[in-house]
Design a binder for this molecule. Structure first.
Ligand SMILES: Cc1ncc(COP(=O)(O)O)c(C=O)c1O
Length: 106
């Protein structure tokens, strides 16, 4: 886990001006910290933000069957607008994926 409760919401509210894209990488790094995805999804719904989650460090490593941070928390992947990951870390392969609903990719 990372930081204190409510930190993510303060982060979203602290953005001035155009906040159409707000990276939240600081909440999810290589030190084993785990994004509090349920809270982020709540914030996303409350402020009508888009949520893009990079699972480069979690796919294959988190969740009962390695499906990543959504599985770890029991969050519906449909609540994440764009989910991406790489095959170069846990899977020791090449390539990656970007997934989301059709409307976000048109
Ligand atoms: C958070 C994060 N996203 C994406 C990537 C990109 O992965 P790749 O090296 O397979 O292109 C990396 C690579 O280190 C990463 O750390």
């Amino acid at each position: 886990m990372h930081g204190r409760a409510g930190e993510e919401e303060e982060e979203v509210l602290s953005v001035d001006g155009d906040w159409s894209i707000r990276p939240c990488a600081r909440f999810y790094s290589m030190e084993g910290e785990i994004l509090r995805l349920p809270e982020i999804v709540e914030i996303k719904k409350k402020y009508k933000c888009y949520l893009y989650v990079d699972e480069a460090h979690s796919i294959g490593a988190l969740g009962k069957s390695g499906r990543g941070v959504c599985e770890y928390w029991g969050v519906n992947p449909a609540d994440v607008d764009v989910l991406m990951g790489t095959f170069t870390k846990s899977f020791a392969a090449v390539g990656g994926y970007v997934a989301g609903s059709k409307v976000h990719f048109q």
